[in-house]
Design a protein around this ligand. Sequence first.
Ligand code: SF4
Length: 213
Amino acid sequence: MTIHYDHFKTISPLGDETSEQLLGMIGDAVRACRKCYLCEGRTNAVPGFGNAGARIMLIGEAPGKNEDLQGKPFVGAAGNYLTELLGYAGLTREEVFIANILKCRPPSNRNPQPDEIFECTPYLRDQVRAIMPEYIVTMGNFATKFILRTDRGITGLRGNLQKTGQFSVLPVFHPAAAIYDRTKREVLEADFVYLGRLLGNVPWEGDAPNDGR
Ligand code: SF4
């Protein structure tokens, strides 16, 4: 099932700088940012990390304790699991760019608040415009709802390729939510195999579906 959303419809690449330069500028702005209350409790802001020329951009929720300490997204147990998941798609971390909706850790890992999302997501939009990926993988409810501008939850959307503007969007469960849940793990791993098939890294079983792209 493919649904076409118009969020990001008018998005276009930023300026004349290279993607690396743009991501560097965005990272500097994030590290200096004091636009919301979350700057008070951070050890490090976590702008995002990865390949500026990536075909795939993965978007999670917010930094946790380890990410806050290291200034990098998806380190620790959830990060190790994400690396494993990328393997199901025939990908390595060096090939993708990983970012979050929020760039600073919420206290006690609570959910992002609407005002924090409002203040922080311009950085994410600029990262998308700097990279212009072919696929955006939204991990969990917050990334999926923001990117697709939908109230539909991740359980109903996961594994179904969507469109927003020129981007193909694959919503999946958040790795941290699946890490100790065998049922969710199986679903999440199957969704990464599907991503690998879309990318041509993993062979289709039978005929490839016509997903409208
Ligand atoms: S969470 Fe985002 S908006 Fe808030 S201080 Fe950090 S970088 Fe700035």
